[in-house]
Design a binder for this molecule. Structure first.
Ligand SMILES: Cc1cc2nc3c(=O)[nH]c(=O)nc-3n(C[C@H](O)[C@H](O)[C@H](O)COP(=O)(O)OP(=O)(O)OC[C@H]3O[C@@H](n4cnc5c(N)ncnc54)[C@H](O)[C@@H]3O)c2cc1C
Length: 443
């Protein structure tokens, strides 16, 4: 099973329906094939390539964009997973590309190793996560793809190519939106296992924005959430610690994540969605319940949250120096135009990296994400907010909703042409270009 949302029902017509986690993207590929291993993958991909078919590989379906859709051949490589080899001294670990992050984290833990930074859930596959530029937060820490030291990728001829450190091939394949072939394995540079002390606390938004540089320099991982119509941020600070473990109890998890978030939170969002005028009051009400909490645990358990409410999301990567100003403008737009956005906005930070079409390519980055409950309309509001992000040369997260095309994206990425050169070499016939890839990377 690839992920919790995986939906590969056989329909009456003999086709297969596939739907993403949020439920808004779906397709009915001619074939949906879960390969048993690399040998079968080579046979299937080689035959499809020879027949000129369009091939897309799906991870856990956690992207909000149509990036994992195909009308033709959809490949599930969940059986190409697990640690293939590990060198504890160097920290280099080769893993199957279909490995789900939660499983990767557990296996690394057993080896006394860990990923230095992670996003806020662990349901994605490693290949899916890196392909869209998935990131966590931390001023000095780049996105997950920056941990890739080497990779093995299969082309439409069914042959595997080794992508070596420093090559343009590797810099392109680290974040490639599925466009270059099927990643078969990646070699990750991991670090010795570590524990994190996490403190969640409400803070005055103006103080957070004014002190953003200092706070993000003083703390290894900092992010915050803010409800439109309020000026209180819920800040999340995580730093390494040698203090004894003080994990969240099962009862606390159940009460917080299942009862409050999934039960009450989901119900409140559905109701406020129908009564637009109630959103500011609901936002202020929810902010009143924010309180301080602490946790000390193994790093991956602190990074990962349960996300039980299903939503749609747009996230933009902005030059870090413009982050606080852009966030303030987004809040102002939502409030003055009375947009019915009842979920909080999330703000994170990362170091730049050198992957050719990474959202953080060669620039320190602040990420701003807006969310909308899956039962509510998002497009007109996200489109208006996107205008603000574009004023700052924002780059969209490849796995999160946006309304951009290759033509207007190209000038944002200084090494766009080098990426296209690698694409021409690795996928000259565009077997790996689905409609989304063609839209955002060109034909
Ligand atoms: C609740 C939730 C929380 C999230 N949190 C974060 C976060 O904290 N930070 C963040 O940056 N993003 C976050 N995301 C976005 C998510 O990390 C990305 O969309 C990610 O790409 C999803 O991984 P996946 O395994 O589900 O891949 P999919 O969505 O299934 O696929 C993503 C892309 O990877 C390609 N792909 C998959 N496998 C391969 C392969 N073997 N070879 C080549 N291409 C492949 C697909 O073709 C597609 O283009 C979140 C999403 C959700 C729903």
């Amino acid at each position: 099973m690839v992920g919790e949302n995986y939906d590969a029902r056989k329909l009456g017509s003999g086709g297969h329906a596939w739907t993403n986690w949020a439920g808004h993207q779906s397709c009915r590929p001619r074939d949906l094939i879960r390969v048993s291993g690399v040998g079968e993958l080579a046979e299937v991909v080689g035959a499809a390539g020879a027949a000129g078919r369009q091939i897309t590989t799906v991870g856990s379906g956690h992207s909000f964009t149509p990036t994992a859709l195909s009308d033709d051949l959809l490949l599930d490589i969940s059986r190409i997973s697990g640690v293939i080899s590990a060198d504890r001294d160097s920290g280099l670990v080769e893993v199957g590309a279909g490995t789900v992050l939660a499983d990767l984290n557990r296996e690394l833990d057993h080896l006394g190793l860990a990923m230095p930074n992670l996003g806020d859930i662990d349901r994605q596959t490693i290949a899916g996560a890196v392909s869209t530029g998935t990131h966590g937060t931390g001023r000095a820490l780049p996105n997950i793809s920056a941990q890739i030291e080497k990779a093995r990728i299969m082309g439409a001829d069914g042959e595997i190519r080794e992508l070596e450190p420093g090559s343009d091939g590797l810099l392109a394949a680290r974040v490639a939106v599925g466009s270059l072939g099927v990643l078969v394995s990646v070699t990750l540079r991991t670090v010795p296992a570590f524990n994190l002390h996490r403190v969640d606390a409400p803070m005055d938004l103006d103080q957070v924005l004014a002190g953003f540089d200092r706070i993000t320099e003083e703390n290894e991982h900092f992010e915050f959430f803010v409800f439109p119509y309020t000026r209180t941020a819920l800040t999340l600070i995580r730093n390494r610690t040698d203090q004894p473990l003080a994990p969240r109890s099962q009862a606390d998890r159940f009460l917080g994540d299942v009862v409050v978030e999934n039960g009450l939170g989901d119900l409140a969002l559905r109701l406020t969605g129908r009564f637009r005028s109630a959103i500011p009051k609901m936002a202020r009400f929810s902010t009143g319940f924010m309180s301080q909490s602490e946790q000390i645990d193994v790093s991956h358990r602190v990074f990962a949250n349960y996300r039980t409410i299903r939503f749609n999301e747009m996230e933009y990567a902005l030059p870090a120096e413009h982050g606080p100003e852009a966030l303030d403008r987004v809040l102002e737009l939502i409030e003055t135009e009375n947009f019915p956005l009842a979920m909080p906005i999330e703000c994170r930070i990362s170091a730049g990296d050198d992957a050719l079409i990474s959202q953080a390519h060669e620039r320190p980055t602040v990420y701003i994400a807006v969310h909308q409950h899956r039962t509510m309309e998002y497009e007109p509001y996200f489109r208006e907010i996107e205008r603000i992000f574009r004023e700052y040369d924002g780059r969209p997260h490849w796995g999160k909703l946006h309304f951009r095309t290759a033509e207007d994206l190209a000038p944002s990425f200084p090494r766009w042409a080098d990426f296209q050169k690698v694409r021409d070499e690795l996928d000259p016939n565009r077997n790996f270009s689905n409609a989304y890839v063609t839209e955002v990377l060109g034909a």
